[in-house]
Design a binder for this molecule. Structure first.
Ligand SMILES: *Cc1c(COP(=O)(O)O)cnc(C)c1O
Length: 228
């Protein structure tokens, strides 16, 4: 997609994010828009950056490292890892990313901590809300034990989820409510802030904001359909 069109679409999404926040009495700057740039070329990332985007979400470490090298001049970009992380890529990931949103096992948290012993890596715990066998993410009933086991090793900032595919906003809303309630319960039980709720994508980010999202991850609404 052409740079001007990406800029216009990014602007439109930012407006919708801020309007959704205001509608439910939240401050517009309480929601962070992460541009999900998987399978988009670095020029598309640069176009969104020029339009004001600073947070970008990537799914694959290798693909992300390539773009980071091409965009090394944009020193204030914050890269979020939103895809599954293999333990053997933990070192590359902690060096390159600002926030790893996809921690779903003690084993992965341990690999991340080992790769960065000097300072706890900021992470979110990915939750598999729909119980889908094909999806990564920890089961809701395992979260308390998981967080307890990893909190000394990584900096657990909150939860992330990708609801099962639906037909639009209202299909996702019950999952957003569920994630927020899980967070509230876990935060109370663990005595942790867990202030971040990463939920909502192109088709449903406004509902996610209404239900408490602090991070939305939006790809197609900014960059257009992904092409292989
Ligand atoms: C691709 C992706 C998104 C963005 O999805 P869109 O439908 O393109 O907005 C968000 N989160 C994750 C984890 C993704 O893989």
């Amino acid at each position: 997609m052409e740079a001007g069109e990406i800029a216009a679409r990014f602007d439109a999404v930012i407006q919708r994010v801020q309007a959704a926040a205001r509608r439910c009495g939240r401050r517009p700057d309480s929601v962070r828009l992460v541009a999900a740039s998987k399978m988009q070329p670095s020029e598309a990332v640069r176009a969104a950056y020029r339009a004001g985007a600073r947070d970008f979400g990537e799914n694959y470490v290798q693909e992300a490292l390539g773009k980071m090298a091409q965009l090394a001049d944009l020193t204030d970009i914050r890269w979020h890892l939103i895809g599954h992380l293999q333990t053997n890529k933990a070192k590359q990931a902690v060096d390159a990313f600002y926030l790893i949103q996809s921690v779903d096992s003690v084993r992965l948290a341990a690999a991340i901590a080992k790769a960065r012993p000097e300072r706890k890596m900021p992470v979110l715990i990915e939750v598999n809300l729909g119980g889908e066998a094909t999806k990564s993410g920890a089961a809701p009933d395992s979260l308390e034990r998981l967080i307890d086991a990893v909190r000394e090793r990584v900096d657990v900032r909150g939860l992330m989820a990708i609801p099962p595919p639906g037909r639009g906003t209202e299909d996702s809303r019950p999952y957003f409510v569920q994630l927020r309630e899980l967070r509230d319960r876990l935060a109370a039980a663990a005595g942790l802030g867990l202030s971040e709720l990463s939920m909502g994508m192109s088709d449903d980010f406004e509902a996610a904001i209404e239900e408490g999202a602090t991070i939305v991850r939006v790809g197609r609404a900014i960059f257009g359909e992904r092409t292989r």
